[in-house]
Design a protein around this ligand. Sequence first.
Ligand code: CO
Length: 188
Amino acid sequence: MLINNDTIIKDNDPLIRQKSEPVELPLSAEDETLLREMLQYVKDSTDEEKAKEFNLRPAVGISAIQVGVPKQMTAIVVDEYDKNENPVHYEFMLVNPKIVSSSVQKAYLSGGEGCLSVAEEHEGHVVRSARVKVRAYDLCTDQYIEIRARGYLAIVLQHELDHFKGILFYDHIDRKDPFHETEGAMVI
Ligand code: CO
């Protein structure tokens, strides 16, 4: 499947609101190919030359519904720093991921969120859980994994898993008070 900024479904298409179904495991050849192409998109999207040449918008994650396939699959590539300021690289191809626990403490990105399916900017705090535990099958490692995510990675996971429910990041923005300060929230 050709995945680029023209083929990615935008929020003016009702399909983006459709719920995604669990995927049968082991993966069919078709599902596996799609998930690998999704990961490739995310990787290539942050390469300036490739992004320009192939019309890719930079992203840290993509979910299958964004290419019109309502299946619970998402590819994520995140580079960040751990608690001790050491760089960490995360790469996942998740199938049927589920949040099994989430912290009471909230977190949000100070600059707000963006999405491949949303062309316009929507300013405001997207308040999510600061930490989540996610269980999934991961095609990168070919095993069932449990991810204990905090901060930025936790935000990305929640953003992508929202796509399975047809939820977009701006649904979480308080329209009356978009920059509301949530008490005790981790600001990223
Ligand atoms: Co998105």
